[in-house]
Ligand binder design. Sequence first.
Ligand code: NOJ
Ligand code: CA
Length: 544
Amino acid sequence: MSEHTFLRGPADWWRDAVVYQVYPRSFADANGDGIGDLRGIISKVPYLSELGVDAIWISPFYPSALADGGYDVDDYRDIDPRIGTLAEFDELVDALHSRGMRIFIDVVPNHSSDRHVWFQEALAAGRGSAARERYIFREGRGDNGEIRPSELISHFGPTAWTRVEDGQWYLHLFTKEQPDFNWDHPEVREDFLKTFRFWSDRGVDGYRIDVAHALVKDMSEPLPSRDSYDVKVMKDDGTDRLFDRDEVHNIYATWREVFNQYDPPRVAVAEAWVPANRRPAYASTKGLGQAFNFDLLIAPWDATEFQSIIDYNLTEAAASGSSTTWVVSNHDVIRHVTRYALPDGVDEHEWHRSGGVNPMPDLAVGAARARAATALILALPGSTYLYQGEELGLPEPIVPDEHIQDPQWIRSSGEMKSRDGCRVPLPWEPTGVSFGFGPAAPHLPQPDWFANYAASVQDADPDSSLNFYRRALRIRKSMTVTDAIEWLDAPAGVMAFRRSNGWTSVTNFTAASYSLPVGEVVLATGAVTDGAIGPNTTVWLQTA
Ligand code: NOJ
Ligand code: CA
């Protein structure tokens, strides 16, 4: 048995919030240009409210050339005109708040876009200028500086250095359109504080911080070289040259001062792909307050693995005074219905290269496991981040090569999978040019089978995925529990735990049936026959 207890207060709403991630260009298109927009999101606020989420997180909506789906930001305090206006943003905030929902926005502090006014100024001002100091410019090697400064690769494949007209090179850990900021520069630090005040003043409740572990780098000579971004090769003592350096937390302490000037204090969640033992520093109450735990994104469908991940993360969150985050899908990974439909250990890049057919996903198994996983995490303490479309049980579509937008696929010449599949615009209706996404063809093509998953079809079907999510969220909300779980004895392949008020969750990871403990079944993701839970199923029971 393990015990996890947290303190609760009015400013603690985020601790067990269910946060729904909106990828704005692919959610709902109101004006018919094929790109989702703020008006579209506003029109779906009643849907989100009925779904029962506590908050939404919107991926970047800033002006951007979309070299990396908007994670290349031209201006941190404006909205892309294709997505909307600041007035519409205010309207969205009001619409959410008036229905008791909160809003997180995505802040991208590691890099701007190459169209940002500071980068343009740096290019114009030339080598040695003060303007270049806001980014990371270096001279090249070789007689004429023609060899890149180091052999560092970028996240999306080739080199992390690009040469500018006058011969200097700049660092970009992602695409060449995403130059990395120099966080030693006081103006960079001050400008982000200004950004947080700007949005917090507009009523934004929280922030998702992109690549939160990369801001501080040791760029002294010899310059860092790296040919892998695997967290397993990252140093886990704060001395890695590029990632997770201890000094990054000094930055977050200054952000925290700004967050705490608001009532309730603004909150933040770090996207930090760091070794698990390094997460608490990001989740500290002196820093961002919460950090994504991505462990389940990479875990196989296995009871022992799930149980040890859950135990580890609850213990870690309690120790840091935070609460943990459960995530099984987001805009960077294969939708979890399809992930769980593939055999364990499949190389997702290889699978993508096969056109998504080798191996062929077993979608019936994937859908069952996906629902079971969602019910399992919703029964846990901590907050849950859902990704748009998962409530529809959407599998991953394969976007034809000629339509791919993702720089990961493009820059790696198709070696790495495209992340566009999970970003295909949602089907709201079973018919029409975009399945109800908007009045025109969408910016990424939808497969014909999207018709079967349309929200309006599911709305009318009590057994649909959508109605399962609604039910699960409603029940979760009705629970008054402490943040404790008690593991219950169960045979191998079955995981069972109980919350303080008797709410019990049992997940059967196996292909066999298992007799449930005594109690009233309040939710079942699959068949319960003669008191036994079937394969790949989660059941919630109310026990004495
Ligand atoms: C993480 C984001 O989730 C991903 O979509 C993006 O490509 C990188 N950060 C770079 O900003
Ligand atoms: Ca639009």
